[in-house]
Design a binder for this molecule. Sequence first.
Ligand code: DLL
Length: 450
Amino acid sequence: MPDQVSPRRPPRPAADSAPAPGPGSLDAMERAPREEVERHQLVRLRRTLRHAYDHQVFYRRKCQAAGVTPDDLRELADLARFPFTTKQDLRDAYPFEALAVPMDRVLRVHASSGTTGSATVVGYTRHDLDVWADLVARCIRAAGGRPGEKVHVAYGYGLFTGGLGAHYGAERLGCTVIPVSGGQTTRQVRLIHDLRPDTIMVTPSYLLAIADEFRRQGLDPRASSLRTAVLGAEPWTEDMRAEIEDVFALDAVDIYGLSEVMGPGVAGECAETKDGLHVWEDHFRPEIVDPLGDAVLGDGADGELVLTTLTREALPVVRYRTRDLTRLRPGTARPGFRRMARITGRSDDMIILRGVNLFPSQIEEQVLRVPGLAPHFQLLLRRPARLDELTVRVEHRPDAGPVARAAAGVLLATAVREHLGVAAEVEVVAPGTLERSVGKIRRVVDERPG
Ligand code: DLL
């Protein structure tokens, strides 16, 4: 069955070298200078504030309490005077209270999983679905995908926005979609082998599980047809990018989004620079604020990402507190849009261990730097006596012998202590011991009482 295609494949044409405007070339806003993007933002922001104020009862009440009306927005900086929207606001509006259009204009709903509380429902008009497809198409094209290619979608289909969001974006770009959804890993590998997709859209953790399954079936992932992976929905690191690119011989790029604001496609990374995600600022206005307060921090500062939608009809959100931690930098491959650094984690994923703040992504970085360790790990939090204890349970690579395994455990514990400032127990376990996720991975198992 193995067909040894060379992993070195001819480069695709650059997106902006396409001769005429069309699905394969950059659209006008992707080429626009910063001033033009901001001019659009101001017009669209005024419209959004008016729409939210007039049609979302909860947001109007918040504005009234803060003493502002949409007319108070004269320039973009005035946005800082408006109240935030929180996850709790949307929960309180469950299921449909936050909708700003009559239900008969809502063509689809999605919902967040509700793992950190009750679910929130989001709705889309035809126009919202159109914009969403355009923006995911932008992300796939920025990642290297081109019209006429095949895209394997292994994000879950259903209320989760990953599967259908990726699906319609790939179609919009003019690709052939293979709508597999998550799970049934044996079949994922069979389909990749037989249908020969160019691009895969999946969570990074599940792509690693797919790589394991390739090897289990005696297939070399590097010999697969895949050239691009568009990965998101959970935090991942530069070291993980290097691992995935090496395992599959492809370009792995980041895609970001959240259901409350749209779904995947709020921001996407460009394959030619791989330097963070350009926020599609013709449709979203990002800000960085103090995660513990309300102050807006300048570009370049680390903080919580706050997003305002600029074109959504069914569910406009003004200054939504994402809890995702990142920073903003000027654009590179798309100079009119700012870039966000890859998300280090969510403020609510942060582990506070004996006073030290820690994100699972920081452990991931250390794990991937230790020879002999596989990128499969779990963090166990326990409180056997009065103090919290952290155990990193991590798989060794199949080819690591007993000496390498023992050394790897010691190396990881030392690296975690030296780089992150916490003492952690390390348990090195056999390949395949830890449960694989088929969607978003849960890294932390919290066994502390209460
Ligand atoms: O995860 C949408 C999505 C699907 C994005 C597929 C990308 C690809 P939610 O289920 O609402 O929506 O979860 C949103 O996931 O606030 C982040 O904490 C996290 N997240 C999403 N993309 C990334 C990423 C989708 N590229 C939450 N890096 C967000 C890190 C991400 N975290």
